[in-house]
Design a protein around this ligand. Structure first.
Ligand code: ATP
Length: 200
């Protein structure tokens, strides 16, 4: 199989932008947060497990996952949230592996998510982890510009609930700096060369 490289970073850090550059070099990207949302609606094993954990109300009358009902159930119950995540993560890992197996001709593929653990941790199948880092003020500005309905306060709240940059850097094998002085494309090219060579 190709190497599996994780790309993570806080909200507005630029992880999707970085992944678009990798895609321009022909590297497939698995957008795990979107894919996880699809899996809770469509993966039969996961649906059965979630129904067993939370009850049939987790799926509304149309059979679709009721995100706001589930959010209300797990609110203030960190143990239940952990149990829910423990159901979802292995299915996403399995789905990622299946997806990656389609790209045996590629030297590496990428998995993007807002939260990824260090390579190899918790049974994730990442070979390396890239963390995208941006200064806090710039992230707030960029997200506010992209999503004008989100206030600065709301964005700061999201950031305060995410893990810190220090914790992310601790887990990283590589860091991409997305600030106003360092260009993204040369940093991506450098990593593209490293990962392409690693499989030769
Ligand atoms: P989220 O967690 O919200 O999905 P993200 O980490 O994926 O965020 P992006 O969506 O890549 O971040 O970037 C946030 C916004 O900032 C986007 O509108 C993007 O176009 C813009 N942006 C990111 N990096 C740069 C840059 N280097 N120069 C200019 N704009 C940028």
């Amino acid at each position: 199989r190709p190497l599996l490289i994780g790309v993570t970073g806080g909200i507005g850090s630029g992880k999707t932008t970085v992944c678009r550059i990798f895609e321009a070099f022909g590297i497939p990207v698995y957008y795990a947060d979107d894919r996880a949302k699809w899996l809770v609606d469509h993966d039969a094993i996961l649906k059965a497990d979630i129904t067993r954990l939370l009850g049939p109300e987790a799926y509304g009358p149309t059979g679709y996952y009721d995100r706001s009902w589930v959010a209300a159930q797990v609110f203030g119950k960190p143990d239940l949230l952990l149990q829910l995540n423990a159901l979802i993560h292995p299915r996403v890992y399995a789905d990622t592996a299946l997806w990656a197996s389609d790209f045996s001709e590629k030297p590496y593929v990428i998995k993007e998510a807002a939260l990824l653990r260090a390579a190899g941790e918790d049974g994730n199948n990442l070979d390396k982890l890239i963390v995208v880092q941006s200064p806090l003020e710039l992230r707030i500005q960029r997200v506010h510009k992209r999503d004008p309905h989100r206030s600065e306060k709301e964005i700061k709240n999201i950031i305060s609930r995410q893990i810190s940059d220090e914790e992310r850097i601790e887990m990283a094998d590589y860091v991409i700096y997305n600030n106003e002085t360092q260009l993204l494309i040369p940093q991506v090219i450098r990593l593209h060369e490293i990962f392409s060579r690693a499989q030769e």
